[in-house]
Design a protein around this ligand. Sequence first.
Ligand code: PEP
Ligand code: MN
Length: 282
Amino acid sequence: MRISAPYKFVSKEFKKEHSAIRVNGQQVGGDDFVVMAGPCSVESERQIMETAEAVAAAGAKMLRGGAFKPRTSPYDFQGLELEGLKLLRKAKEATGLGVITEIMSDRDVGMVAEYADCMQVGARNMQNFALLKTLGGCGRPVLLKRGMSSTIKELLMSAEYIVAHGNPNVILCERGIRTFETATRNTCDIAAVPVLDELTHLPVILDPSHAAGKRSLIPALSRAAVAVGADGIIVEVHPCPEKAVSDGAQSLTLDGFRAMMKELQPYIRLWKEARVTEAAVA
Ligand code: PEP
Ligand code: MN
């Protein structure tokens, strides 16, 4: 079979049907709109446990939380590292939520894979090719975030690295790109979702938190993710955002998250109907 796209394994030409990827028993890219939620950084046992219980009760299926943090300043909080991974495991044991956490270096892949159900590659590492190659053999699904100045083609080429090195379980994430606009932290490229749907069989989720940078904008962007046919969202939630060590301004409160989940339900019902119709036509 001739495949003309430079990204072969991840292209629609290679595989027409949408891929569903299993993470801790939950399919991403299947019949559920999957919500992943939690703090930007794991900060303390109390913070992660309280957040995990609240987001699970509100309907999230995965817990996010960074134990290794890529910070612009070397003087900012860098993450609890192994201690953070252990706290994530504790939160998983208490709630059943799958854990997604960032991996920054190929040296840490073994350690993080022991604790994570899904390995998150952050925007800053989308083209860390040594890391991508190592993740090909990590035995865990990977969430690959789009680099802040990367094209959709570059995102797909990075996904191709992971798949070509042996790991077909890659989920893509649009998290906003850098533009001239300053009203939002990044510019949410909502069109990336349907564009990716035309080019790849891999699941695609949206990160409204890093795209917007501002709490008040998260519900609208999350609705947009549902409407445009994303497979889910990954959203930052903190029990006390004003005290968060990172990304407090864009983190929803527990109440804010609960309200958003409730408000999303009718949209998710329509999303499910569309999925069923799509599957019947295909
Ligand atoms: C994060 O998820 O906290 C994060 C650092 O995201 P990004 O890599 O998209 O900036
Ligand atoms: Mn963050």
